[in-house]
Design a protein around this ligand. Sequence first.
Ligand code: UVW
Length: 323
Amino acid sequence: MSDSTPPMRELLGDDAPSNWGKWGPDDELGCLNYLDAGEVLRGVQHVRSGEVFTLQIHMGRTEAPGDPLWPGREGIKRQNVMDEGTWDSADAPQFPGGLHYADDTALIFLQGSTQYDALGHVWYDGKLWNGYDARSTVDAMDRASVLPIAEKGVVGRGVLVDMARHRGKEWLDKGETFDHTDLEAAAQAQGVTIEPHDVLVIRTGWMKYWYELNDPATFYTDFTEPGLTYSRELVEWFQRKEIPNLVTDTIANEVTSEPHTGVALPLHCALMRNLGVALTEIAWLDDLADACAADGRWSFLYAAAPLKVVNGTGAPVNPIVIR
Ligand code: UVW
């Protein structure tokens, strides 16, 4: 952080939009509380053709370019501990009747694939979502871990805004930004309205870029992803719209270099820490976007549940869209 970089609190303001306390002093779900049974039924109304899309990227690709990751994280390390080779050895377990089996283990960054962030994943000034003490993250997240999200399950009406297609591009440029006014304009051009309590799914084309570029060195140069850019008006829009969940095909869900503020990842703090918006990152949206563009239907039933990792800071997820 340079001397001229303001601290997060200075950027977001002492009176930053907040939902702390809205769902009680022990809440760990934040805006996902908006997704009640009525919202599930509202989502179901947007199923028309029965097409199913899964939004997780492949986990543990061994061929180039591997898996897209936040710098510093590593892809899943999966290895067989039992397979047909094992059964050649004398000490292989024996089963009556001759059944053989394969088994494996994996070492993973829980945020190293398509993932839900725990609401407590980021903080500033020593406090995370709902005002919980950030020291509750030491060794294992006691408050606002990913588990409550996993227990609940996220189901509702989803709406896809295809920013790349709207701008006539295969993918947005490095560092290219957009805000709520751009989202509204793109949605209007698509003929869909972003309604209160919608799971907001935004395509930038960035995952396609990762696989087609096939060059991690270039991809990570300056690590300037495109994405949403911070403004107070944007945060107020999210609060007013009561958006429960933001899903994108980028690693960080927001532009990763903030030239106009210098503060890194302010929307993680403004949306997740202060409002309680669940963040889902690294989603594969291209197949869904192609189908939506083909018949002009951009709303659907969205359903997802991250793995039930006790005390996890996040967890992999394979969201499902039915349209
Ligand atoms: C960090 O963990 C810093 O970012 P993300 O939530 O995008 O993975």
